[in-house]
Design a protein around this ligand. Structure first.
Ligand code: URA
Length: 206
């Protein structure tokens, strides 16, 4: 399976705090941002770098910088909760947005917005906290590929086995990074044990 579980005591600790139903929106948002920053370390660990000439206050030296452009693409709206944590680590990244909502009857993704930067050769990190059925993430990645973006990975907080299977099948080239793989989906396509509706918890719309 094309999935990396980003295992770290700090991430496990913070995710447990987020899962607690008594965690308020302020804490939930902050913890989500912190985990996103920590996960970015893992997501980028094999990224290509290139030499760069700089001058320290003392002398010239050859340093290192990330090669190429980076685009972070939150799937609206819950994906916005991960954005700051990632962009804090990669401040030169561009940001695109994809708007998809889940039809409450069919649970299928419906597109309502797509705004992307022009850098088609950019490395793209698609971010969405919950990989449930995989429908929204798979549709978002299909949209990106149709627009010419092909260097794509997916960062989520919690993944269901069902969603991982869908992404692996529809987009075998896309690496998934998650802080946890949970047990299953319930009949409303919520992840169990999960943490509830991530968008509602980020934005306090419970
Ligand atoms: N989206 C959420 O926010 N939570 C789930 O459990 C599943 C999808």
């Amino acid at each position: 399976m094309n999935v990396h579980v980003v295992e770290h005591p700090l991430i496990a600790h913070k995710l447990t705090m987020m899962r607690d139903k008594n965690c308020n929106s302020k804490n939930f948002r902050e913890l989500l941002g912190e985990i996103a920053s920590l996960m970015t370390y893992d997501v980028t660990k094999d990224w290509e770098t290139e030499p760069v000439e700089i001058e320290t206050p003392l002398e010239k030296m050859t340093g290192t910088r990330l090669k190429g452009e980076v685009t972070i693409i939150p799937i609206l709206r819950a994906g916005l909760g991960l954005l700051n944590g990632v962009i804090n680590m990669i401040p030169h990244a561009h940001v695109g947005h994809i708007g998809l909502y889940r039809d409450p009857q069919t649970h299928k993704p419906v597109e309502y917005y797509c705004g992307l930067p022009k850098q088609l050769d950019a490395k793209c990190i698609v971010v969405d906290p919950m990989l449930a059925t995989g429908g929204s993430a798979a549709a978002a990645i299909t949209m990106l590929k149709e627009k010419g973006l092909h260097n794509i990975c997916l960062m989520v907080l919690v993944a269901a086995p069902e969603g991982i299977k869908v992404i692996n099948k529809e987009h075998p080239d896309v690496e998934i990074y998650t802080a946890a793989i949970d047990r299953e989906l319930n009949d409303k396509a919520y992840i169990l044990p999960g943490l509830g509706d991530a968008g509602d918890r980020v934005f306090g719309t419970l």
